[in-house]
Write a protein that binds this ligand. Structure first.
Ligand code: WT7
Length: 649
């Protein structure tokens, strides 16, 4: 792992205490309050979580807070609730009914504001559409859309009637979509004709048509008209969203769901095999997402909250849709690219909507830095009071830039660590209470028990690198991998016995602050998106010219990590520059553009151990231009390494 990274972070000495003005009005306004909540959560975790859950609405109370049959957890057992009811109906008996729930801006500049009451109407109508098609509680629905309010409406409609949604990011290719539909056995696909992105149109329905040629579980396709481009509609399977909702009533009772009812699944990349369908459960997810949104972002009734992620990733699920709505907040949603038509689109949205809390990714911040200070400087960003980041470690210099140029030295920054699997933020400053250090996600939230350990699960000392683990179950933890409980056990709970293994390396400093060092498994983090090396490798070997492929990450100034693929060709094929481009295109086609390798290197052989395992560590060194320092004694054929080095020159 990147020793140099640890080095640089060790030198980081700056500390930013919360300002008295900020703390004065914060939900958790001092270290004392924070410590007492943390203490309470440690002494009585079940009582702690139960009190939070009780802030939300339940149709029937739970009988047991936690049933822990390691590693399988059930939270709020016997309780009945509905997350869509809690996101919407809960707010309809107060003035919040007329508050803006979703404040949306399309890339072309069109704006829509949906109040909680309007959201209720739209969600009910769409839930009725699903019901009219015979889609019911226990079914799965795949959603493949761009960033339009109807994406949130579709999710909430599913949740309202107990249909488990499976959102597939609109940047995924037809093949990736097909795999995710098939693995989830979805009966319905909800999509759109297209989506606007950087002035062009993403042909969602066309991709969907391609995916559907091999997706027999899909009975119906509902198509939202966003761009008006002509698309192919296949009756009776394909239906227009607007035709269907027009026939429906705006009332639909929320199903009384078991707390453990699977609210959604979301595919994410792992070390081995195909992407995993991470399953989340209604009651626990709702509780954890609700409280983290409130405390980490210090969310108040008057705030306008903007998380700039895509709803196709877990960040958008938890902090564009569910978290803000559970809190009755106004959530901003933007359809397009950050640099369209100019690199100041985000700042103009913040100025226009008077956004108070802004949550984005380090990779985006590095792009802003590259585009130049002038773009944010052109805008009045004085409405901002809190900033956040997520997705990858933020380098202290990017943190400082964000603090100065966006926060204007006024706004606390919350560096939030979590994963698709954790459902909600796990490690983060509480902004009114904890001093921050640039580059550190600081401490675990109350009720979250993490540690940095060695292979045997023994805590390593202060400032020693090790594996980041979570030692107690938490309400929003994934329940299983869809259809594969064995893989769930093996992947997360066997690596280090009895603990949840995150896949990240970390170090804990003398103040108990955590410094995340990134993935230690074969997962690459490109612009905050997790890509399994295996997935890119299988894509490459599915091309007729490729015999074998090994994929590694290398540091990339903008994207955090870039992808380098070492490829050996099948007999009779020539290494040619055109083939490199073809292979890159092939990966984009089979997975999605964001997984396209930055570089392809042809080689005669790959370095392997005597047991035949590819030594990715050596390839990583090569790809990042470092001299190999590590142990090479297990290398089966030394000449391979020498050759690879020569090929580089
Ligand atoms: C991985 C999870 C859930 C947010 C979006 C990514 C990395 C996430 C941080 C952070 C350092 C971070 C980790 C983690 N990561 N946040 N604040 N500091 N690293 O979700 O695709 O499930 O990826 O993102 O490596 O394991 P994801």
């Amino acid at each position: 792992m990147a020793e140099t990274h640890i080095e640089s972070l060790l030198k980081e000495q700056r500390i930013f205490p919360p300002s008295p003005e900020f703390s004065k009005h914060a939900h958790i306004h001092s270290l004392e309050v924070y410590d007492s909540i943390t203490k309470r959560a440690a002494e009585d975790p079940e009582g702690y979580w139960a009190d939070i859950a009780a802030e939300l609405d339940w149709f029937e109370p739970w009988k047991k807070v936690l049933e822990w049959d390691s590693p399988f957890a059930k939270w709020f057992v016997g309780g009945k609730t509905n997350i869509a009811f809690n996101c919407i109906d809960r707010h309809l008996s107060s003035a919040t009914k007329n508050k803006v729930a979703i404040l949306w801006e399309g890339e072309p500049g069109d704006v829509r504001a949906l109040s909680y009451q309007m959201l209720h109407y739209e969600v009910c109508r769409f839930a009725n559409v699903l019901k009219s098609l015979g889609i019911e509680k226990g079914d799965r629905a795949t959603i493949y859309m761009g960033m339009v309010p109807e994406l949130a409406i579709a999710m909430l409609a599913c949740a309202r009637i107990g249909v488990t949604h499976n959102v597939v990011f609109g940047g995924f290719s037809a093949e990736a979509l097909r795999d995710r539909i098939n693995d989830s056995k979805s009966r319905v696909l909800i999509t759109a004709d297209g989506a606007y992105r950087r002035g062009a149109i993403v042909p969602l329905k066309k991709n969907a048509d391609e995916a559907l040629s091999g997706a027999p579980s899909i009975e119906r396709v509902i198509v939202y008209k966003r761009t008006g481009e002509p698309v192919n509609m296949a009756p009776p399977r394909d239906l227009w969203w607007h035709d269907q909702v027009a026939k429906m009533a705006g009332v639909c009772p929320a199903e009384r769901l078991e707390a453990e009812h699977p609210v959604f699944m979301l595919y994410t990349s792992g070390t081995t095999g195909k992407p995993k369908g991470v399953v989340h459960a209604t009651g626990g997810y709702m509780t954890n997402v609700y409280i983290t949104t409130k405390w980490v972002f210090d969310l108040k009734d008057e705030d306008t909250f903007w998380c700039s992620a895509d709803v196709g990733w877990v960040t958008g699920h938890s902090y564009i849709v569910y978290g803000p709505l559970l809190n009755g907040a106004t959530s901003v949603m933007y359809e397009g690219a950050p640099n369209y038509p100019e690199p100041d689109r985000f700042w103009s949205i913040i100025e226009k909507f008077k956004v108070n809390i802004f949550y984005t990714a380090p990779t985006a911040i590095r792009s802003f830095i590259k585009w130049g200070d002038l773009w944010p400087a052109k805008h009045d960003l004085s409405s901002l009071r809190l900033l956040g980041t997520v997705g990858e470690p933020i380098n202290p210099e990017a943190w400082m830039w964000y603090h100065k140029n966006i926060g204007r030295d006024r706004c606390p920054i919350v560096d939030t660590w979590w994963q698709t699997e954790t459902g909600a933020i796990m490690i983060s400053p509480i902004p009114g209470a904890l001093p921050t250090k640039p580059g550190s996600a600081t401490r675990p939230l109350p009720g979250v028990v993490v540690d940095v350990v060695d292979r045997q699960g023994k805590s390593v000392g202060t400032n020693q690198g090790g594996f980041l683990v979570i030692k107690r179950p938490w309400p929003s933890m994934l329940r299983t991998i869809y259809g594969d409980p064995e893989r769930y056990k093996k992947q997360y709970w066997s690596e280090i016995p009895g603990m949840y293994f995150t896949g990240d390396g970390a170090r804990c400093d003398e103040d108990g602050y955590l410094w995340i060092m990134g993935r230690i498994d074969d997962v690459i983090n490109v612009s905050g998106h997790r890509i399994g090396t295996m997935e890119v490798e299988s894509s490459l070997v599915s091309h007729p010219t490729v015999a074998e492929a090994a994929v590694v990450g290398r540091p990339d100034e903008l994207k955090g990590q870039g992808i380098v693929a070492f490829v050996t060709l099948a007999a009779g094929h020539q290494a040619a520059p055109a083939l490199k481009e073809e292979l890159k295109g092939h990966v984009a086609k089979t997975i999605g553009g964001f997984a396209k390798p930055d570089e392809i290197r042809f080689t005669d052989a790959l370095p392997k151990t005597r047991s035949g395992k590819i030594m990715r560590r050596l390839l990583r060194d090569l790809a990042s231009g470092q001299a190999t320092v590590g142990d090479t004694t297990t290398l089966e054929d030394f000449s391979v390494l020498t050759k690879l080095r020569e090929e580089e020159e």
